[in-house]
Design a protein around this ligand. Structure first.
Ligand SMILES: O=C(O)CCC(=O)C(=O)O
Ligand SMILES: [Fe+2]
Length: 277
């Protein structure tokens, strides 16, 4: 993989890699991809023809696979979760800014998503850089944030009273009885680059440790508004053969739900992470 095969998708997040066949990538390509992922938070490959087995084999070269506890598994392959919306469903998976698995005390490193069925238009995914969001803050505010920790859970999404469990996605989801809770610093360092990252997200962060929900929301909503600034984002428009891999520590993502009446099916493999500090 050469520098001239790599194109940035926006200033702060995302790179597209051209002219690389993932199914036959060399060891040095894999090392280059991992480096690019750590630097750019999102790496996109076009015109791939990955079978389900190729998807799993590529994922294993990136890191150990974690099986998501909630999403329906692909028939033949428990490692592959299906992220899907049918012609008749209204609610999609990931339709709000979030980072996957932050409700785990050791959150997943990232995910590898393969487009299997796309709507005729729409269904893009937005990504946002939490390094850029953090860097934009004042030094004094950064110093205050570094003293705080936040509680993350998925119970309000996937639990018995949860938003997705009670939506038209509910029938497909597993794990209704699971309970999740993790406590993470508001500011973490990227395990590979050492870069400081804002580590809260509107999907799973419920409150600041020791603060009331109201007190927490005043700060969290401000931080969410910073993370959502367009200047920190990029937009991925999927096409047949597109494969995207993102880093859950350094980015948020948001699957747009603007294609009612059409099917969209993505295959996701989640890669295990390391403790974050
Ligand atoms: O469907 C997408 O584009 C992304 C959905 C999502 O949030 C995920 O797979 O983690
Ligand atoms: Fe997600």
């Amino acid at each position: 993989m050469n520098q001239d095969q790599i194109r940035p998708m926006s200033r702060h997040v995302g790179s597209e890699v051209h002219g690389l066949r993932l199914a036959s990538a060399s060891d040095s390509d894999i090392a280059g991809i991992k480096h690019l992922l750590a630097e750019r938070g999102l790496v996109v490959f076009r015109d791939q023809d990955l079978s389900e087995e190729d998807h799993i084999a590529f994922a294993r070269r990136i890191g150990p696979i974690v099986v998501n506890n909630y999403f329906p598994a692909n028939g033949g392959h428990p490692e592959i979760a299906e992220v899907r919306k049918s012609e008749t469903q209204q609610v999609n998976i990931g339709g709000g800014w979030h980072t996957d698995h932050s409700y785990d005390q050791v959150p997943a490193m990232g995910s590898i998503l393969v487009a299997r069925e796309l709507p005729p238009s729409g269904g893009d995914t937005l990504f946002a850089s939490m390094a850029a969001a953090y860097d934009s803050l004042s030094d004094a505010f950064k110093a205050t944030l570094e003293t705080l920790r936040a509680v993350h859970t998925a119970d309000h999404i996937y639990g018995p009273d949860g938003f997705l469990s009670n939506s038209d996605q509910g029938a497909d989801l597993k794990g209704r009885d699971l309970k999740t809770r993790a406590v993470h610093p508001l500011v973490i360092r990227h395990p590979d680059t050492g870069q400081k990252l804002l580590y809260v997200n509107s999907g799973f962060t419920t409150h600041i440790e020791g603060w009331t929900r109201d007190e927490s929301l005043s700060l969290l909503n401000y931080l969410f508004s910073v993370g959502m600034r367009e200047e920190f984002q990029c937009r991925l428009q999927w096409a047949p053969g597109t494969v995207a891999m993102w880093d859950n520590r350094s980015t948020w993502h948001y699957a747009l739900n603007d294609y009612h009446g059409h099917r969209r099916l993505m295959h996701r493999i989640t890669i295990d992470g390391v403790p974050i500090h």
